[in-house]
Structures are given as structure tokens and as C-alpha cells.
Design a protein around this ligand. Structure first.
Ligand SMILES: C[S@@+](CC[C@H](N)C(=O)[O-])C[C@H]1O[C@@H](n2cnc3c(N)ncnc32)[C@H](O)[C@@H]1O
Length: 267
């Protein structure tokens, strides 16, 4: 199978990034990429067929890149998205020196680990409901050499006592935020990611509402919530903030969509 043939197979199955994905598949399963070679690898052929069936490229190659780090990924975690880099960038700017922060719903660990990588003075408690997902986050912390400042904690972020009496300079989260009724309409690849990483309940807001209600008491005096939000959730976040006496600032991503909400105690 040549690179050209693989590209054509991917293209006819509606995969837009056929060039880069062909390169990734060849490099993963056969080592070096060459336009001229005819690759005779059953593993590569199997991977191409999986991708043609719209299985995510990230799960096929078992890794993905986010901010400055490489993450191991599998079916137990959401694939780290470029959109989420704005949450990291916001936290990196806002965290005071030597801060401790919480990352709720950590998944692959991409948010906490990237902040720790960019801010070597900070420490993170990263919370996740599923043991296999938490193991992956811990593995990713080790892979990116931040384990000493990363505590992975198993727990339900919807449980009011989860953070006990800990105090944080920031509580950061990219929680599940898709409305339940929208999930079946998502593209094929996304539907193969864990449903528990996507489903934000009937109105998509259950995690924001519960986290703000339960954990405002866990913020330091000048502490902030930093949330990734859906493009159409800014007004909802403003209402949630208002009901708890917090201010709400919205940041847009590079595509011009509302993407991050920063909630602070009012002066
Ligand atoms: C949208 S994903 C975000 C993952 C990662 N932070 C990222 O940005 O790529 C949400 C994560 O929350 C986890 N999760 C879902 N319900 C949870 C709960 N009640 N308590 C803690 N974690 C939960 C899911 O398993 C998933 O890993």
C-alpha cells in the first residue's frame, strides 16, 4: 500500500486531513514516511480500515499533542482539543506565584499537566470519576515529568464534599457540557469518545451549576473559576455566576467563539 493509495482511501471515506493522517499512520506503524515506498504491513492496513470506519485517528495511534506536551490517549479519555488550549493559556496568565489549583474532570490530564509544564511554580490536584481515566492522567503526568506536582484524585465532582476544606487559587474545569439531546447528532468520531466525557445533562449545564454552588467556598480570597464553555453557553454562565454573587468574564477563541468563562468573587 502506497501513501497515495492510503490518502485516496481516507479521502473517499470523507476524511479531510488525508495528507497528515496518512503520514501519522505510516510513521506509527512503519517508521519512516516515504512517498515512493509500497508498505506491506498488516497493522498499517488494519489501521487504515479502522480510520475509514471513522474510528478516531488519536485512538488508533494512541497519542496526541496539546500545548507543548504529548499525551497518551485511548477510549477511556476525551481526545485533547486545540479549543481547550485557551483554558490553559488563561490559567497560566491568572495563577499567582506558587499557586495550587484544582482541575476538575481531568480526563487525559491535558489541562493540569500543560499548566504545570508551563508554570513550574504551581501544583495541581486533578479529579476524575473513572479509575482507568485517572490512571491514564497519572501516566501522562509522569511522561511529561510533572508527577511531583500532580496529585490525581478519584472522585465525583458532583459530590458536594469532594474538595473538603482545601483552598485553591483557581478551580479549573472542562466538564462534560453537551446537552443530552445533541449527543446523537455529533459527528461519527466524537460519538466514539466516552459519553461520560460529553454529556452535560438536559441543559448541558449541570457541572457548571454544581461546581459553582458547591466549591466557591474552596477558592482563595482572590480565587477564580476558569471554565471551558460551549460556543452558545456564555449567557448561561453569566446567570450561574450572578446567582452565586460572582462576576463573569468571557473569552473568545481564535475562531471568534465564546470559549472560556472566568468567574470571580465580586469586590
Ligand atoms: C469533557 S472531558 C474533559 C477532559 C479533559 N479535562 C480535557 O479537557 O480534555 C470531561 C471528563 O470528566 C469526567 N467526568 C464525567 N463525570 C464526572 C464526575 N461526575 N466527576 C468527575 N469526573 C467526571 C469524564 O470521565 C471526562 O474525563
Amino acid at each position: 500500500m502506497t501513501a497515495e493509495k492510503i490518502r485516496a482511501r481516507l479521502k473517499e471515506n470523507g476524511i479531510e486531513n488525508d495528507y497528515i493522517e496518512t503520514k501519522l499512520l505510516i510513521e506509527e506503524f512503519c517508521g519512516e514516511y516515504s512517498e515512493d515506498k509500497d508498505y506491506d504491513s498488516p497493522r498499517l492496513a488494519e489501521a487504515v480500515e479502522k480510520r475509514c470506519a471513522r474510528y478516531p485517528i488519536q485512538y488508533i495511534i494512541g497519542k496526541w499533542w496539546f500545548c507543548r506536551c504529548e499525551f497518551e490517549v485511548n477510549e477511556n479519555c476525551l481526545v485533547p482539543r486545540p479549543d481547550t488550549e485557551l483554558t490553559v493559556e488563561t490559567a497560566v496568565k491568572l495563577l499567582p506565584r506558587n499557586a495550587s489549583f484544582a482541575d476538575l474532570c481531568t480526563g487525559s490530564g491535558c489541562i493540569a499537566i500543560s499548566i504545570l509544564d508551563l508554570r513550574s511554580d504551581t501544583r495541581a490536584d486533578a479529579y476524575e470519576l473513572y479509575p482507568k481515566t485517572l490512571e491514564l492522567a497519572k501516566k501522562n503526568a509522569a511522561k511529561n515529568k510533572v508527577s511531583e506536582r500532580f496529585s490525581g484524585i478519584l472522585g465525583d465532582v458532583l459530590s458536594p464534599d469532594l474538595l473538603e476544606d482545601k483552598k485553591y487559587a483557581a478551580i479549573i474545569s472542562n466538564p462534560p457540557y453537551i446537552r443530552t439531546d445533541v449527543i446523537d447528532t455529533l459527528e461519527a468520531e466524537v460519538k466514539q469518545e466516552p459519553r461520560a466525557a460529553l454529556d452535560g445533562g438536559e441543559d448541558g449545564l449541570i457541572f457548571y451549576r454544581t461546581i459553582v454552588n458547591n466549591f466557591a467556598k474552596n477558592l482563595d480570597e482572590n480565587g477564580v473559576f476558569i471554565f471551558e464553555i460551549g460556543y452558545d453557553q456564555a449567557d448561561d454562565l453569566k446567570k450561574i455566576a450572578d446567582q452565586s454573587g460572582l462576576s463573569c468574564e468571557i473569552k473568545k477563541d481564535l475562531g471568534g467563539c465564546d470559549r472560556v468563562a472566568i468567574l470571580r468573587k465580586n469586590d
